[in-house]
Design a protein around this ligand. Structure first.
Ligand SMILES: [Zn+2]
Length: 283
């Protein structure tokens, strides 16, 4: 990842000299560098919520003007676009790191640019996200350790299994309820943060919709397998589908959906039959 000062230099490289703009922006370079350092120090000791917005303004340039010049105009230049492209490409498969579901469309200012203008083009502060997550997050800043949104560059939890679900059977239909199932290694603050993040971005609701889609898509195939080989054939199929997806992403919503269905006897046997697999093999 580029340094804050490199990104800033690139974004102001083509700024106009008119009305002393370029000179004023070059004078602000030290402030931007110090702001970037303060951000990294706070990130390292997990105290982003303690940052004081007044330490992230730029002397002699109003915050919104500064953001307009550096982020608004700067990111439209050839140099700025190169930075933007790099940051957008940081999300694997264009998958939004906040919801792990949507497609990356925008850059979110983790510490809002309206309050922390000096961080407006700091790469550590720019997270590629989907439209919906950007809308939900808005201009909110972390106000406590527990309410700090998970940061994809700083909170590397994607290699640990933390997503789980359970089935709900209701009048012959099955639905999934997703929840955070933290690994034993997590501390209390990280557990609360993950749960708050999950609620804040409505992940339970979004994943349940995705699970419904999967269940609907496989209904025909699962029914056929049940008739041919009973519950054990259904379970083998679901487990294989789960393993394939969880091998790529251990917290894949689809993977967890298949895993949860595979573990559910009522689903595997089917709503209308409880026969043993051997008795339902067709002649
Ligand atoms: Zn998202």
């Amino acid at each position: 990842m580029r340094k804050a000062s490199d990104s800033y230099r690139a974004c102001v490289a083509r700024s106009t000299a008119a009305e002393g703009r370029r000179e004023r922006l070059l004078k602000a370079a030290d402030t931007v560098q110090m702001a970037g350092q303060a951000l990294r120090e706070a990130a390292a000791d997990r105290s982003l919520h303690d940052l004081d917005a007044k330490d992230f303004t730029v002397p002699e340039i109003a915050g919104d003007t500064f953001v307009d010049w550096v982020y608004g105009n700067g990111m439209q230049t050839v140099e700025g676009r190169a930075i933007r492209d790099e940051l957008m490409a940081a999300a694997p498969n264009e998958r939004c790191p906040l919801c792990r579901q949507g497609t990356v469309r925008q850059l979110d200012h983790f510490m809002p640019k309206s309050l922390f203008p000096a961080l407006c083009v700091d790469p550590l502060n720019l997270v590629p996200v989907c439209e919906r997550c950007n809308l939900i997050k808005g201009n909110k800043r972390p106000d406590s350790a527990e309410n700090t949104v998970l940061h994809p560059y700083l909170d590397r939890i994607s290699h640990e299994s933390w997503l789980d679900a359970r089935t709900i059977h209701d009048f012959g239909t099955v639905q999934l309820r997703f929840f955070v199932s933290p690994p034993a290694s997590w501390g209390a603050t990280l557990i609360t943060r993950a749960k708050n993040h999950f609620m804040h971005f409505e992940l339970g609701k979004r994943y349940a919709i995705e699970a419904n889609r999967v269940i609907s898509d496989i209904t025909y195939g699962v029914d056929r397998q049940r008739k041919r080989g009973g519950a054990s054939m259904v379970r083998d199929y679901l487990q294989e589908q789960a393993e394939t997806r969880l091998a790529v992403d251990i917290n894949s919503c689809e993977g967890v959906t298949y895993r949860t269905l595979a573990a559910d006897d009522l689903y595997c046997f089917g709503p209308s039959t409880r026969e043993s697999p051997s008795s339902v093999v067709p002649k």
